[in-house]
Design a protein around this ligand. Structure first.
Ligand code: SER
Length: 880
């Protein structure tokens, strides 16, 4: 059974059990401060479990792209070394939102695995939660008894909180779980140790394939468990592991999910999978990591130096390094796996096929950049021997200079067997260097979050800000937080006109009015479906009704920029082509930023064409047509552009400015007709990453202010130039004139210097065999003196020269001594200048034949020169 059909049969099985089949959520998570990547199928349903939102369907199933590389669930270190861990994997799942519970979840799981897929029942084991004193929870007898109907009791094993109480993160929905494990060992091995002794013991062939979680609780920030309003089912089956069991393999990497990738690596490198341990590990690492890299980039996350982007960069660098060291790749190679992957997943996760060239390009550039420093960094790590102590600063240097993520350096230290040489505090040392480089202290970044305190009935609050900018409402819940050491309050309102930052549009600010109190709202953010208002304090009576008022003039300026973004997007596609896709945006009151896929710098003509189209659309005063809740299919039929990596519900909001021009899926706020945008002006075009360009632009008041400032500065320039007819020509002339003057000055200086040179030569006094010249000269700048000193040194045999100049009120001493004088009299310009420097309150140094010293006290110059004469004469006379 190939993996495609295994996936299809799972979905079909649950479709027949009245489950709605839904799409995988993007692998990169937005609007959730607790999670960077989807790490389980249930993430996208978290708000249904918490009661913040309700699902239209009580039963759903899907296959979800998951990534476990950070936070509570992190498998990165295992990947490559064993045969069944992955960073990115697919999780097949079925869910009940307050509908069926343990009985159905258990019997359907059994029916699917044993009835449908014919996995041998005598190779399966199940675990149930044994209870936990600290949590004050009893053994899950219910699950135990339901299992008894299907499987003999000796195959039902107890499991501890670690394995059988599932939690997504440190807080959030959770509950006891029941896992299904399979024993894939050869028959003879079964006789030696019974499978039940190997369950949850990290045996590569006795593995968990399916986890049935019975979500009943919410874990609070303080660690307590609170009962949820209803009970839910969350199941997750490892697709790669299931495929391994069904395809009779002993490694997930031997299934048809990974073999196309591994065989391409084999063909290219000439190394066969199975030849050597290092080569095998490397191939598994690369085959695994390219999936994580490819799907996250396709979901809109570019590699970068912070947050989710840095996680991708780290994974990519880990893969590059394995390929380089163990598979012999000296040039970018990962990007060539993208087409293999996109073909494999065509029809399952289409986003990769649709953006194949773009993703491959980003990967290639990242690889090339890292390969440039990889060898040097590896060389430094190679230099470490068994006895050398290693501290965090060393790892920081590798990170900072050679781009080695610290986990990559650790991995290499481990391979070299010198991990124990690391200082105990290496992490702190690393952080310290990192923070001092970033100029911030750890306390700045720290954030403490308390639990939500319920004031009125639960819910996520309704956004009414498309139609109103103020309303009477009440507080649903609030919590106290500390951000950068500053106490703040986060408030959720029953109804709110405040827009929570999302889709690039910044959050609203405004006030909450409660009786006589006016509490400023400093920002509004979204947390999943919650709209969270940030304030400095809580109203005295939180339960009283309050009035929520948005800063309307700021909002108006933001709306102008958001609508402009849509017009700009359409214009870019018209001018550059339909390969242009939005890659990110920022919509603020003072302007907008729009990132999009395009391979070349935009020409002046292209920029002008885009401006012209947008301004034309503004002048047409196209009215806004807004569909608040269109079924997704209808929206797509209208030609609405959906963004990769964005999570959309069944019903979507569609914003149209002329059905033939701009139709977008969008939750943002907009002007009611494009005329409100006023003037549109692009003020910047640059590159953000491989194949991604950025436009910065202004419209409305901001554009007018910009134009005003421009014309003011032109007026100033005209004034300075005495109102010329043509400013550009006038400046051109000025520049030319300036250049001519510079030339003149240079030649005059040359003449002056040669006159000066002669004068100095005439002044030379002979002491022993030395020709001593000591003088203060009217030259400007260290370079001019240096030039003169070297010329004299070439022309005057036996030269001993001390020159002083004063430039910009700063004294500078320059000493040049002929080589034979250095030898004969043991003179040393560097030592001499250091002594003289004390007279001018300065310091300096240099070689025996040439040295300089700068100082602060020009008054000391004469004294310094006198001292020079005295010392030189003494030295020469003594040695002579
Ligand atoms: N949430 C559970 C898991 O990830 C089941 O889906 O294992």
């Amino acid at each position: 059974m190939n993996s495609q059909s295994i996936r299809a049969r799972f979905l079909e099985f649950f479709r027949k059990k009245q489950h709605q089949i839904v799409k995988s959520a993007p692998i990169v998570i937005k609007n959730d401060p607790t999670l960077m990547f989807t790490n389980a199928g249930m993430n996208q349903f978290k708000d249904f479990f918490l009661g913040n939102a309700t699902s239209n369907d009580l039963r759903v199933a899907n296959t979800q792209k998951c990534l476990r590389v950070s936070g509570k669930h992190n498998d990165l270190e295992e990947v490559g070394f064993d045969t069944y861990h992955h960073t990115m994997f697919e999780m097949l799942g079925n869910w009940s939102f307050g509908d069926y519970f343990k009985k159905e979840a258990i019997s359907w799981a059994w029916e699917f695995l044993v009835g449908e897929l014919k996995l041998p029942a005598d190779r399966l084991y199940v675990t149930v939660f044994e209870g936990d004193k600290a949590l004050n929870l009893e053994k899950d007898m219910e699950a135990h008894n339901f299992w008894k109907e299907w499987i003999s009791e000796e195959r039902i094993l107890n499991g501890s909180k670690k394995d059988n109480f599932w939690e997504m993160g440190d807080s959030g929905p959770c509950g006891p779980c029941s896992e299904i494990h399979i024993d894939l060992r050869p028959a003879e091995a079964l006789k030696e140790i019974p499978g039940k002794d190997l369950v949850n013991k990290d045996h590569p062939l006795v593995i968990e394939i399916w986890n049935l979680v019975f979500i009943e609780f919410n874990r609070m920030a303080d660690g307590t468990l609170v009962n949820l309003p209803s009970k839910h089912v969350d199941t997750g089956m490892g697709f790669e592991r299931l495929s391994m069991a069904l395809q009779g393999k002993t490694s997930t990497y031997d299934t048809d999910i990974f073999t196309p990738l591994i065989s391409q690596l084999g063909q290219e490198s000439g190394i066969s999978y199975g030849d050597s341990q290092d080569g095998d590990v490397a191939m598994r690492v690369v085959a695994d990591h390219i999936r994580a890299i490819g799907f996250t980039i396709a979901d809109g996350q570019l590699p970068s130096n912070t947050g989710a982007g840095y996680v991708i960069r780290r994974i990519l660098r880990r893969a590059v390094r394995y390929g380089y060291t163990f598979l012999g790749y000296q040039e970018p190679f990962l990007y060539r796996l993208i087409p293999v992957l996109s073909t494999q997943f065509d029809g399952v996760f289409d986003e990769l096929k649709k953006q194949e060239a773009f993703v491959a390009n980003v990967v290639k550039e990242e690889e090339a950049a890292f390969l440039k420093t990889l060898e040097k960094g590896l060389g430094i790590l190679d230099g470490i021997n068994k006895n050398k102590a290693i501290d965090g600063s060393f790892l920081f240097k590798l990170y900072d200079t050679y781009g080695f993520p610290k986990d990559l350096s650790l991995l290499i230290l481990k391979e070299k067997g010198v991990l124990q040489n690391l200082s105990e505090n290496w992490e702190k040392e690393f952080e310290k260097d990192l923070n001092s480089q970033k100029g911030r202290s750890k306390a700045d970044a720290a954030k403490e979050t308390g639990d939500w305190i319920q004031v009125h009935a639960d819910g996520s609050g309704t956004f009414i800000g498309y139609d109103a900018l103020e309303c009477e409402t009440r507080i649903l819940k609030y919590r106290k937080v500390k951000i950068k050491g500053k106490a703040q309050v986060q408030i959720v309102l029953e109804q709110t006109p405040f827009y929570g930052e999302s889709g690039g549009q910044v959050g609203d600010i405004g006030v909450l009015v409660s009786g006589n109190e006016k509490i400023p709202v400093l920002d509004t953010q979204k947390e999943n479906d919650l709209i969270v208002h940030y304030t400095d304090s809580l109203p005295g009576k939180p339960e009283a009704s309050i009035k929520a008022v948005v800063d309307s003039s700021r909002r108006a300026r933001i709306m102008v920029h958001h609508s402009t973004t849509h017009l700009l997007h359409a214009a870019l596609r018209e001018v550059l082509g339909t390969h242009v896709e939005q890659r990110g945006s920022l919509v603020e009151e003072d302007g907008l930023r729009f990132d999009f896929s395009h391979f070349a710098k935009m020409s002046e003509a292209e920029i002008e064409a885009v401006e012209t189209i947008v301004n034309k659309k503004v002048k047409e005063n196209v009215p806004l047509v807004e569909d608040r809740a269109l079924p997704m299919e209808a929206a797509l039929k209208k030609g609405a552009m959906a963004l990769f990596g964005e999570k959309y519900g069944d019903r979507v909001r569609v914003v149209t400015f002329d059905p033939d021009y701009s139709v977008e899926l969008c939750g943002g706020t907009h002007v009611n007709a494009t005329g409100k945008i006023g003037l549109f002006k692009i003020i910047g075009e640059s590159s953000v990453a491989a194949g991604v360009r950025r436009i910065e632009a202004l419209s409305g008041d901001a554009a007018e202010a910009w134009v005003r400032a421009q014309s003011e500065s032109i007026a100033r320039i005209k004034d300075l130039l005495k109102q010329p007819k043509d400013i550009a020509q006038s400046i051109q002339q000025l520049l030319e004139h300036n250049k001519a003057l510079e030339k003149k000055v240079e030649s005059l200086q040359g003449a002056q210097a040669s006159g000066m040179k002669q004068e100095l030569i005439n002044k030379a006094t002979t002491v022993g065999e030395a020709k001593i010249i000591i003088a203060e000269v009217p030259l400007d700048g260290a370079d001019a003196v240096k030039k003169l000193a070297f010329e004299l040194r070439n022309e005057v045999p036996g030269l001993v020269l001390v020159l002083g100049i004063i430039t910009d009120d700063k004294p500078l001493l320059t000493i040049a001594i002929a080589d034979d004088m250095v030898k004969k009299y043991g003179l040393h310009a560097g030592n001499l200048v250091r002594t003289l420097a004390s007279k001018i309150q300065g310091g300096g140094g240099g070689q025996p034949f040439f040295a300089t010293a700068g100082g602060k006290n020009p008054e000391g110059m004469a004294e310094a020169l006198e001292l020079a004469e005295e010392m030189l004469k003494t030295d020469i006379n003594q040695k002579g």
